[in-house]
Design a protein around this ligand. Structure first.
Ligand code: KIV
Ligand code: ZN
Length: 496
């Protein structure tokens, strides 16, 4: 097996997306996550573009030791000198340098001609090589560049010292066969190609980014340029997780990557939350539904053997297990699976009865949660729960100081407290804190989206921390304030 190098450009091509900008501390956090994930190269930014980008690249060089750190430049002297300066603390640095090679770029953007472009490319690579050990060259818009001319450019920059040659499909125009043929053409027609590695860099405008990258690998490319969750300009870049898992799952590729795939989900979630970019639920590998089964036939098949309907073991990408989602399309097997999981086995007539009740509930709600299953079996709030919510009164609204009075029954004794807060839920939490003898910190609070309409049930998950331990709580009610205090009471019950 040959090595397929993973070049991650989440912090450069990904971060260019409006609304995805990160500060230096966040960029270092992302770079650390990428290092742990096992990427080979981190493109940390475009140093000349702003003092912030320069600083981030420099700080990443100081904080990251395993991957090569790369800085983007144009074929411009100033860009290259600034990038070399930003990269000076890297253990292994790379300057990524290039110029447009398609007729569009040469004529309409750069107002130049083919020979002059080669001269500028060669000069830029030579300067980069004088300032940095590793030089990668990109032929911007290579996807729409004639292969014969592209081969001339590639041959010239290899001769000038570039050791990685990036063939970007900048506009996402290519089809897989065409992109694969482009890589093959370069492999077969460029003198000195054995001294360099060809890299794919595909954009997703026609939804072909992953297919094109894989076609490139099939035809000789040994570096793929990718982003986490496929974020990037317009429709995005090739998604790291898709290429890595395709190579791992299918045995058709003569390559392997060094990615620690079990870290994929954690990394995906980090990027999504830091960059405020939600991942679409049906996104391959990292979407919320990627390992969720909702139709009865599929659920039955997965419960008999996961591989009936799954080609990837969810554990291998960091998901605990396949999920069997309870909906109106689920069968008895799925309900039984969840009952077993919650410690409430039912069979025969009991299961039939519960299934009837379940179908009525599932017709009214989009998805059935654990709490709903507990409610089905009339085991919603445990009768022996030490902390029970008795009453809540809140005062809230515009131009009002939010205030709440909460009555809790704690170990059989009813107690009441009133407190203010920055909103009605905060006021309730402060009132509960007055009632509970143990000090605790509420460090996670999640209200799940109401999916059906304003009359649906709000679900709240909380996590509290006390004495270096954590406890989780859950509450569900049509009133989200009540659901929040129920969740808190549940977690405090466990703590007490
Ligand atoms: O898409 C592209 O062409 C790029 C280059 C700057 C590498 O991102
Ligand atoms: Zn790009």
């Amino acid at each position: 097996m040959e090595k397929l190098y993973i070049f991650d450009t989440t912090l450069r091509d990904g971060e260019q997306v409006p609304g995805c900008q990160l500060n230096t501390i966040e960029k270092i956090e992302v770079a650390r996550a990428l290092e742990l994930l096992g990427v080979d190269v981190i493109e940390a930014g475009f140093p000349v573009s702003s003092p912030g980008d320069f600083d981030a690249v420099e700080q990443i060089c100081k904080n990251i030791s395993e991957p090569v750190i790369c800085g983007l430049t144009r074929a411009v002297k100033g860009d290259i000198e600034v990038a070399a300066d930003a990269l000076k603390f890297a253990k292994r640095a790379r300057i990524h340098n290039g110029i447009g090679t398609s007729p569009y770029h040469i004529k309409l953007k750069l107002k130049s001609n083919e020979d002059e472009i080669i001269e500028r490319a060669v000069a830029a690579v030579k300067l980069s090589r004088n300032l940095c050990e590793e030089v990668e060259f990109y032929a911007e818009d290579a996807g729409r560049t004639d292969n014969v001319y592209l081969a001339r450019v590639v041959e010239a920059v290899i001769k000038a010292g570039a050791r990685v040659i990036n063939i970007p499909d900048t506009t996402g125009y290519c089809l897989p066969e065409e992109y694969g043929a482009k890589i093959r053409y370069l492999m077969e027609n460029v003198k000195g190609i054995d001294k360099a590695i060809l890299a794919t860099h595909c954009h997703n405008d026609l939804g072909m980014a992953t297919a094109n990258s894989l076609a490139g690998v099939m035809n000789g490319a040994r570096q793929v340029e990718v982003t986490i969750n496929g974020i990037g300009e317009r429709a995005g870049n090739t998604a790291l997780e898709e290429v890595v898992m395709a190579v791992k799952t299918r045995k058709d590729f003569p390559v392997e990557t060094g990615i620690k795939t079990e870290r994929i989900i954690e990394t995906s979630r980090l990027i999504s939350s830091l960059m405020n970019m939600p991942v679409q639920p049906n996104k391959a590998i990292v979407g919320r539904n990627a390992f969720a089964h909702s139709s009865g036939i599929h659920q039955d098949g997965v419960l008999k053997n996961r591989e009936n309907y799954e080609i990837i073991d969810p554990v291998s990408v960091g998901v605990d297990a396949s999920s069997i989602v309870l909906t109106a399309r689920s069968g008895r097997a799925a309900l039984k699976h969840h009952l077993d999981r919650l410690g409430m086995s039912a069979q025969g007539k009991d299961l039939d009865e519960l299934y009837e009740k379940f179908l009525i509930m599932a017709d009214q709600k989009k998805q059935i949660s654990d709490q709903d299953v507990l409610a089905l079996t009339s085991r919603g709030v445990r009768p022996d729960q030490p902390v029970k919510l008795k009453l809540i009164q809140v005062l809230a609204g515009k131009s009002t100081v939010p205030m709440a009075t909460v009555h809790l029954e704690i170990m059989g004794e009813e107690k009441a407290a009133t407190a203010e807060g920055n909103g009605p839920i905060d006021a309730c939490v402060n009132a509960v804190k007055k009632l509970v003898p143990e000090k605790f910190i509420l460090d996670e609070f999640l209200i799940q989206a109401i999916t059906r309409g304003s009359d649906d049930i709000g679900k709240v998950h909380v996590r509290i921390r006390a004495k270096d331990r954590i406890w989780y709580g859950y509450g569900a009610d049509t009133d989200i304030i009540t659901a929040s205090v129920m969740a808190l009471a549940d977690s405090i019950s466990k703590m007490l």
